[in-house]
Design a protein around this ligand. Sequence first.
Ligand code: FES
Length: 108
Amino acid sequence: MPKPEKHVFVCVQNRPPEHPRPSCGQKNCAEIAEEFYSHLQQSQLFDKIQVTTTGCLGPCSEGPTVLVYPEGIMYGGIKKDDVATIFNEHLRNNKPVEQLMVSKTFWS
Ligand code: FES
């Protein structure tokens, strides 16, 4: 298996409504994951891009969250239409999408 140039982690953590922390599962994260898989399928870039669903990435209140390596860039509040932007600009053209990133203080 070739090492992917980009590895995308999409949070699909779900919590019950009464839980004190929100979750990406309450904000249509499954739709975000499906959209990434759809773009990957359409592009056939399986040797360059890998998409993995995962548990909580940390900034639950900013979900749905998406983390892209090797840069370690966290996107938050992602909507279905944002996936095409991330896929085409960041994953295919190596230009991270600043306006969709979580606040800069997240990693401090
Ligand atoms: S539940 Fe998605 S970041 Fe915590």
